[in-house]
Design a protein around this ligand. Structure first.
Ligand SMILES: O=P(O)(O)OC[C@H]1O[C@](O)(CO)[C@@H](O)[C@@H]1O
Length: 544
């Protein structure tokens, strides 16, 4: 932990970076000049196993990087990271460790929290997931009418849903266990009704995932699904399993025979994909061995994150560049654009991971921060994104982009070459050209056809989208998020910002219940705006 009163924005290196950012506005530092420099690609890129990170089209020079490494040193990021992976209670507001990395540790070494070796509990859950998935696959565990499961419905929201959806989509090509996967996250009844049209209840296994087992949306959806199964004449209990933390209200289910997998309070929701949260649905969907390969990839990236020195540390370098773009060059948004459709759900996951972790206003020691922490993250796969919001990227308000490219696609391509190139080659032509166009821009006499350029991007290349590489990608973004927080000296592991809206919803729910039970119940005591909306809900239409 940094010393009390520490604020990164008050350090001499922060001031030096501010001054340097002014310098970088000069025309000779326009990206169209920088990308011409010999050896730039070699100097501003990093390779680690199947992973290549190219930041040659970021608005950085050697001096920028040296100052950023000085910033990392000042913030003591390596020590903070070691404290985290060794089980210290770095989540100070909740007095918890933050040990998602333990969920993919295979070193055999103990990791102790409060004198308990958490690896024993983690290993037990891994064995339970492996046994359970094998039994579902061979039909030993089946529905109440004896039919083999064919549908999985994951009932969970936020961190109990987004990461799993990202990985399941990324590895769809490996999903050969004859199970279809559906996600029931939103309390919006459209979500439930749509899933009903896609499943066969007799062959459906519902996985209720909630760390707290109090999340209103998840509890409401689990009850809807249970009522539906019962109405279909099924023994609903045979169609449900749960993933929850030890001692939560959902943990009691195991007393009535519901298979219950534990997640732990030292793993935060948005960091939980490699725990039972992702492990139960993914080992059913892909097979345990593939889930395990995915864990191996994440573990391998964790080791790189912990041991690689700053200039070679890919998550740290990308975190520093993110901070450079945000706090010094002034960009307030960041796009994640994978040129790979299997990664279509990466951006929503990274969005939660980053924005819920780092959207904070105080340091770990409760001092108000005076620089922004975190940016708006959004994204869509390319080339679709090009035909959607790239106009703004090229000529409107600029935002840095993470491009992601995959060298070998998951499916072999046929010989069809519509414009003399395969579809994958076409995709790559676009991936390469977008980053160039953004960096270099284009002069024109006509103002509407002028491209200012100097718009930064990084490109992440992976050899392929194997389970191992998807694990690496996940762990890379997790580590990048944590490193940013450690530089800003904020706690990325709590999320009190989501509470206020929930509390107000609780008050409104009480009002709605009152009107449901007594049609005369008046909303007259409420403020005018709230009253308007509640009256419309009950009137079933807008005013005439
Ligand atoms: O797993 P739970 O307890 O249902 O929580 C779901 C999600 O809700 C949040 O608290 C945000 O509302 C996330 O952090 C969490 O992942």
């Amino acid at each position: 932990m940094a010393e009390k009163g520490f604020r990164i924005s008050k350090t001499p290196v922060w001031k030096k970076l501010k001054a340097h950012a002014e310098e970088m506005k000069r025309p000779e530092y326009h990206l169209k000049q920088l990308v011409q420099q010999q050896g730039r690609m070699k100097e501003f890129s990093l390779k680690h196993v199947d992973f290549f990170y190219d930041f040659s089209r970021q608005r950085v020079t050697r001096k920028t990087m040296d100052l950023l490494f000085e910033l990392a040193k000042t913030a003591k990021v390596h020590r903070k990271y070691r404290d985290k992976v060794e089980g210290l209670k770095v989540n100070v507001t909740e007095n918890r460790a933050a040990l998602h990395t333990a969920a993919r540790s295979f070193s055999g070494q103990s990791i102790c929290v409060d004198g308990v070796n958490v690896m024993e509990e983690i290993d037990a859950v891994r064995r339970q997931m492996r046994d359970f998935s094998e039994k579902v696959h061979d039909g030993t565990v089946c529905g109440s009418t004896g039919k083999t499961f064919r549908h999985l419905v994951v009932i969970g929201i936020g961190g109990s849903y987004l990461g799993t959806e990202f990985v399941a989509n990324a590895l769809f090509a490996y999903a050969d266990k004859g199970l279809e996967l559906h996600f029931l996250s939103n309390v919006d009844s459209h979500n439930f009704e749509t899933i009903k049209t896609k499943i066969d209840p007799e062959t459906t296994l519902c996985i209720v995932i909630s760390k707290s087992f109090t999340t209103v949306e998840t509890m409401a959806n689990a009850q809807q699904m249970k009522a539906y199964m019962t109405a279909c004449g099924l023994d609903a209990m045979k169609h449900f399993v749960t993933v929850t933390s030890k001692g939560s209200p959902g943990d009691k289910g195991k007393e009535s025979g519901i298979e219950t997998f534990h997640m732990f309070d030292f793993i935060g929701g948005r960091f939980s994909v490699t725990s039972a949260v992702g492990g139960v649905p993914l080992s059913l969907y892909l097979g345990y061995d593939r889930f395990n390969q995915f864990l191996e990839g994440a573990r391998e990236m964790d080791i790189h994150t912990k041991y690689a020195p700053s200039p070679e540390n890919i998550p740290l370098v990308s975190a520093l560049i993110g901070i450079w773009n945000n706090n010094f060059l002034g960009y307030q948004a960041q796009a994640v654009i994978p040129y790979a459709s299997p990664l279509s759900k990466l951006a929503p996951h990274i969005q939660q991971l980053n924005m819920e972790s780092n959207g904070k206003s105080v340091t770990i020691n409760n001092y108000e921060i005076d620089q922004s922490s975190g940016v708006i993250i959004f994204g869509e796969p390319g080339t679709n994104a090009q035909h959607s919001f790239f106009q703004l990227a090229h000529q409107g308000h600029p935002f840095p982009i993470d491009f992601i490219g995959v060298i070998t696609p998951q499916y072999p391509e046929g010989g069809c070459r519509p414009h003399g190139v395969s579809n994958h080659q076409e995709l790559w032509a676009n991936l390469i050209s977008q980053a160039t166009a953004l960096a270099v821009g284009k002069d024109s006499e006509e103002k509407t056809r002028f491209f200012q350029g100097n718009r930064p991007s990084s490109t992440l290349l992976m050899n392929d989208l194997s389970p191992v590489n998807v694990g690496r990608l996940l762990a890379y973004y997790e580590a990048q998020t944590v490193y940013k927080a450690f530089i800003w000296d904020i706690n990325p592991f709590d999320q009190f910002g989501v509470e206020l809206g929930k509390t107000i919803a609780n008050d409104l729910r009480r009002e709605i219940v009152a009107r449901n039970t007594n049609p005369e119940h008046s909303f007259g005591h409420m403020d005018e705006i709230t009253r308007f909306y509640l009256e419309r809900l009950f009137a079933g239409r807008l005013p005439l």
